[in-house]
Design a protein around this ligand. Sequence first.
Ligand code: MEV
Length: 341
Amino acid sequence: MRVYVSAPGKVTLFGEHAVVYGQPAIVASIDKRVHVYAEPRSDNAVTIEARDLRVPGVRVTYREGEVTVETDYGLVLPAISYLNKAVEITSKYLGSRHGVRLVVQSEMPVGAGLGTSAAVAVATVAAYAYSGGYELSKDEIAGLGWEVERAVQGIASPMDTSIVTYGGFMKIRYSGERIERESLGVSASLPIVLAYVEREFRTKDMVQMVRERVSKYPQLYGRIIEMIGEVVRAAERALLSYDLGELGLLMNLNHGLLDALGVSTRKLNEVVYAARSSGALGAKLTGAGGGGCVIALSLLEKIHVVEEVMRFLCGFTMRTSLGTEGVRVEAGKNLGRTALT
Ligand code: MEV
């Protein structure tokens, strides 16, 4: 059966890094999606076509009269390895393998910390299973997606694969294989601007660096982790009462604690401070840090100024609404997505 599946990207609103140590985190899906189209093949082969897997960064360096242009194009290859692994892991789970043509497309840049790898993993798991005539529950899709992320990255929390599967706003906590997911009933979308800062370090390296610091100085770094957990609990209350001022304050506090952990960079801090001084209620890095994205929360009447200032510093910004639908499977329909077929 021909299937079309999409899954959203995500932002971590509160609690990144601390979530690795058993603290809760709050995440939300965004209105940019990854699309995967799957069509069974008569032979046993798997083909993958990547269309418009946008990469976030282009660097131009002028040195002694020479101009060098570098891009983050290398990020595309790892993105493709998530499709491969998803096919392998899903066919093993189903106990059956079929040939398939997969086409993948992303509305957001890959490798920017917006959960694109989780969205690719989750959408491919679902697309592969449904194209072979199998149905999976959301729990199964999220679980297999997490397995794919762990197989490719070596280390990953179930946070990203959970939120891109279920969508909405979610509080997540996990320890070992035990995952607690709680959907949060948020009454309205939050006015958010995202800005991308070139990545200097991989998620894996940032998680490893924090781990080393925590084990060297558990009394100090362990307390920062606990404080982030407290921020998350306060943020949940502010989110449920839709208190934007309080949320902004807590975002700033969360950023300060992430900076104390050592995962922010000078450039991320510049963007965070510029957003705040141009009127944002709060701003913080989102995701693993070491570059990646900054999110700023703003009143609607000021959001265009906040966005302009952030774009001036970064080049790439995006306004997004949060809490969109999770993974969506459309099987056997007239897909109407000629771009993908
Ligand atoms: C990365 O988006 C968030 C981290 O907490 C790592 C993880 O939860 O897998 C830094």
